[in-house]
Design a protein around this ligand. Structure first.
Ligand code: PGA
Length: 252
């Protein structure tokens, strides 16, 4: 049985005060959640603050990015060693906003993935097609290439530290989520690919999240799909009540 995972990607939002407030509200209402795994990914400057609020709860701390090198002359970057030192258990890799806006290459994403796992972090690896790619019927091709360019760098054992997040780019921050059927179709494709590329056990155990305009109203139907093992939530994770409602819908 794959335990459902609900992850909040706060992106470049919150202040010191609102980050702490949001984390407090989550801890108060879902701090001892056992049926669903909950992760929050605040901006770098607030990781330590949020970590203090999460201490003693079951909500895990994640970062939104990392650099593959453990240390060195990489101005402005944050290493996997620093993340674990700050109490992070998770990190997001390959988010489309970084692929697209910051020009992250497949190769760089692969290096990040490998470094994160090597340093004991669990990874949410994001993949997904753009609107023109979907319209051209290239969704599976794009998703396969993104998987192919990253996951074979890991062994089946190491893949236990990875979840894949299918996030169609056209659904991110647009209010237009993929339908449960569209999500299920791609998730099933990803699971088949995992079975072919690795083995049946890996394909069966690896969690595949859906992301892109998930909110309290659509989460239930998405999470009811057989291959949707959780959600990666952006905008709706900034409001405690909304995020808590999404966690509740993952319990069923
Ligand atoms: P969204 O973002 O929920 O605001 O669409 C999701 C994501 O980018 O992870």
């Amino acid at each position: 049985m794959r335990k459902k995972l609900v992850a909040g990607n706060w992106k470049m939002n919150t202040t010191r005060q609102t980050a702490v407030q949001l984390a407090r509200e989550l801890v108060a209402a879902a701090g001892q959640e056992t049926a669903v795994e909950v992760v929050v990914c605040p901006p770098f400057p607030y990781l330590l603050l949020v970590r203090e609020v999460l201490a003693g709860s079951r909500i895990a701390l994640g970062a939104q990015n990392l650099h593959p090198e453990p240390k060195g002359a990489f101005t402005g970057e944050v290493s996997p060693v620093m993340l674990t030192d700050c109490g992070c258990q998770w990190v997001i890799v390959g988010h489309s906003e970084r692929r697209r806006d910051l020009g992250e290459s497949h190769e760089f994403i692969r290096r990040k993935l490998v470094a994160a796992v090597h340093h004991g972090l669990q990874v949410i690896l994001c993949i997904g097609e753009t609107k023109p790619e979907r319209d051209a019927g290239q969704t599976f091709q794009v998703v396969r290439a993104q998987l192919q360019d990253s996951l074979p760098a890991l062994t089946s054992d190491q893949l236990q530290a990875v979840v894949v997040a299918y996030e169609p780019v056209w659904a991110i921050g647009t209010g237009v989520n993929a339908t449960p059927e569209q999500a299920q179709e791609v998730h099933a494709f990803v699971r088949r690919w995992l079975g072919e590329q690795f083995d049946a056990k890996t394909a069966e155990n690896l969690r595949i999240l859906y992301g892109g305009s998930v909110n309290a109203s659509n989460a239930g139907a998405l999470l009811a799909q057989p291959d949707v093992d959780g959600v990666l939530v952006g905008g709706a994770s900034l409001q405690a009540s909304e995020f808590l409602a999404i966690i509740r819908s993952a319990r069923r």
